[in-house]
Design a protein around this ligand. Structure first.
Ligand SMILES: Cc1cc2nc3c(=O)[nH]c(=O)nc-3n(C[C@H](O)[C@H](O)[C@H](O)COP(=O)(O)OP(=O)(O)OC[C@H]3O[C@@H](n4cnc5c(N)ncnc54)[C@H](O)[C@@H]3O)c2cc1C
Length: 343
C-alpha cells in the first residue's frame, strides 16, 4: 500500500478481529468498534471446531463447499503462529448407531477421504469417559479445534500490538475512515449502508459447559450433540434454532442437548453445567457474504453461520485483498455479496 488507508471495522467477533489484524498487517490504519465488552455475540460462546469434514458430512448446506472449508482450515497454522493460540489437531470422532455411522462413512468417502474405523478400546482411549456401549467409531484427523474464547483474547492482543485502536461502542458508519468493514454478526443497525444485511437470518444456539476434571480426548460428534475439550471440563453443543435471536436460556433446549450428550458421556447426566447461548448469522445459501457491498467503501464480512471460526482467516484474506487490490483468490466469487443482489 502506498498510503495507509484508514479503515473502520464494526464488530469485534471472530470475523472482525481476524480481518482487523490482517488489515493492520497489510499496513492499514485500523479502528475497531464494538459495544459488547466481551466481544463477539457468537464468537465467544462457540465450540471452536475447525471442522471442514464433519461439517460437510453432517450439515447439508455445507456439503458442496468442502474445498472452501479445507482451504480456510489450511490458513489456520499461519494464524496460530501469528496470534499464539494452539490449534488442536487430534481430530474428531463420530460415535453413534450403525445407521448414523454408515451415513458418516459414506459422506466422508464421497469427499474422497477415508475415515479410520476404531475399535471399542481405541475409542475409549481417544475419548475417556465415553459410554462403553458403542461398538465402533470413525475418526478423521482433518478436523481441528481451537479454544474460541482464548482465540478471541489472543486476536485482541495481537490487534493491539499491531496498532489497531479499539472503541467500546457501536459504529454508526465510516467514523471518519475511507472504508467500513461490517462484521457485526447478526447486528443490522448498519443496514442503511449495507442493505444486504437484510438477507441475514438468525440461528440461536445453546451450548453447555461442564465444570470438573478437564476432558482431554478428541472431539466427539454424535447424533444431536457434540463434545469438545474445554479448559476445566467439556463443552457440549449445540442447538440450531432457526429464526430465534434472543439470548434467553431455554430449559427444554438444555434438556434435549443434555440427553443427547449423556448418551455419549454418561457422567454428563449428573455433571454441574452452565448453559450459554449465542446467535449465528446465516445467509440464504449458508455461505458468508464477504467482499464489497453496494455502497462505495463498504465491505461485508458477515453470515458465517455455524463455521465462523473456521472461515475467519479466509474472510480476512479476501477483505484484505479487496482493500489492497490484491489477488482475491479462488473462493472470493463464491462468497461475493453481489450474489444476492437480484434475489
Ligand atoms: C453455540 C454455537 C457454537 C458454535 N460453534 C462453532 C464452531 O465450533 N466452529 C465454528 O467455526 N463456528 C462455530 N459457531 C459459529 C461462530 O461462532 C460464528 O459463525 C462466528 O462467531 C461469527 O463471528 P462474527 O464475528 O461474524 O459475529 P459475532 O461473534 O456475533 O460478532 C459480531 C460483533 O459485532 C458487534 N456489533 C453489532 N453491531 C455493531 C455495530 N453497529 N458496531 C460495532 N459492533 C457491532 C456485536 O456486539 C458482536 O460483538 C458457533 C456458534 C454458536 C452460537
Amino acid at each position: 500500500m502506498s498510503r495507509k488507508p484508514r479503515i473502520t471495522v464494526a464488530g469485534a467477533g471472530a470475523l472482525g478481529l481476524t480481518t482487523a489484524l490482517a488489515l493492520a498487517d497489510a499496513g492499514a490504519e485500523v479502528t475497531v468498534y464494538d459495544p459488547s465488552p466481551e466481544g463477539g455475540t457468537a464468537s465467544a460462546v462457540a465450540a471452536g471446531m475447525l471442522a471442514p469434514v464433519f461439517e460437510a458430512v453432517l450439515d447439508a448446506q455445507t456439503r458442496a463447499h468442502v474445498d472452501l472449508m479445507l482451504a480456510a482450515r489450511d490458513l489456520w497454522p499461519a494464524l496460530e503462529a501469528r496470534i499464539g493460540v494452539t490449534v488442536d489437531r487430534a481430530g474428531a470422532m463420530a460415535v453413534g448407531e450403525a445407521s448414523f455411522l454408515h451415513t458418516v462413512d459414506a459422506g466422508v468417502r464421497k469427499l474422497g477421504l477415508h475415515p479410520t474405523e476404531l475399535s471399542r478400546n481405541a475409542m475409549i482411549g481417544l475419548a475417556p469417559g465415553l459410554a462403553p456401549g458403542w461398538g465402533h467409531a470413525l475418526l478423521t484427523r482433518e478436523d481441528w479445534r481451537i479454544d474460541a474464547a482464548a482465540a478471541l483474547m489472543a486476536l485482541r492482543r495481537a490487534c493491539e500490538a499491531a496498532g489497531v485502536t479499539f472503541h467500546a461502542r457501536a459504529a454508526d458508519g465510516f467514523e471518519g475512515a475511507e472504508r467500513l468493514v461490517i462484521a457485526t454478526g447478526m447486528g443490522r443497525d448498519l443496514a442503511v449502508m449495507a442493505p444486504l444485511l437484510d438477507r441475514l437470518s438468525p440461528i440461536k444456539g445453546h451450548i453447555l459447559r461442564t465444570e470438573g476434571p478437564a476432558y482431554q480426548g478428541v472431539v466427539v460428534r454424535g447424533e444431536g450433540a457434540y463434545a469438545t475439550p474445554a479448559p476445566g471440563g467439556l463443552t457440549l453443543g449445540a442447538t440450531m434454532q432457526a429464526g430465534a435471536e434472543d439470548l434467553a436460556v431455554e430449559a427444554n433446549q438444555v434438556a434435549g442437548l443434555l440427553e443427547a450428550g449423556a448418551r455419549l458421556f454418561p457422567a454428563l447426566a449428573t455433571a454441574k453445567l452452565t448453559a450459554q447461548t449465542g446467535v449465528r448469522a446465516a445467509t440464504p445459501d449458508g455461505l458468508p457474504m464477504v467482499g464489497r457491498g453496494r455502497h462505495h467503501g463498504v465491505l461485508l464480512a458477515v453470515g458465517a453461520r455455524r463455521n465462523g471460526w473456521l472461515l475467519a482467516p479466509l474472510v480476512a484474506r479476501i477483505i484484505t485483498a479487496c482493500v489492497t487490490e490484491g489477488e482475491l483468490g479462488p473462493y472470493a466469487a463464491r462468497l461475493d455479496p453481489a450474489r444476492f443482489d437480484n434475489t
